[in-house]
Write a protein that binds this ligand. Structure first.
Ligand code: C2G
Length: 134
């Protein structure tokens, strides 16, 4: 069984995230998602999530492409995750191109093209503008 892993916040889940997860799953048989906890998002990525970890986890677990969701609590856990789950391939969007090359010692590292024109930030902006127009 070929195992794939990817990590992210996946807040306000949108088709850019789905495209990434779909392509990641197509590379193997089993997809694990390291989902950033609320604390990790705030402390390390200065991201305040619209949906909390449990809701984001529930959304991901409802997707046909996702087989397992684990918490991402720090930047350093990736090596242990890859070893513990016997991961074959680590996948990230290419906005992270090169940032995780150190993982090549442990598994294949693949950066997939991001889906342009959609992001959680843009969704929030669109909502803000809609409210202004009201
Ligand atoms: N993504 C994408 N296209 C978009 C938006 C996001 O392909 N339009 C991808 C990102 O490249 C990433 C994944 O979807 O691979 C999750 O995106 P985020 O939730 O923004 O993840 P991020 O905050 O970048 O966290 O340790 C890694 C970090 O946890 C990644």
């Amino acid at each position: 069984m070929k195992k794939i892993i990817t990590y992210g916040t996946f807040d306000l889940l949108h088709y850019g995230h789905i495209q990434l997860l779909k392509r990641a799953k197509a590379m193997g048989d089993y997809l694990i998602v390291g989902l950033s906890t609320d604390e990790f998002n705030w402390n390390e990525k200065q991201k305040e999530c619209y949906f909390n970890y449990d809701k984001r986890k529930m959304l991901l677990e409802s997707l046909r492409y996702v087989d397992l969701v684990i918490p991402e609590e720090n930047w350093e856990q990736k090596v242990n995750d890859i070893k513990e789950f016997r991961v074959d391939t680590f996948v990230m969007g290419d906005d992270w191109e090169g940032k995780f090359d150190y993982l090549k010692e442990f598994c294949e590292v693949v950066y997939l093209s991001r889906t342009p024109e959609i992001s959680t930030t843009q969704i929030k902006e669109m909502k803000k503008n809609e409210n202004k127009d009201k």
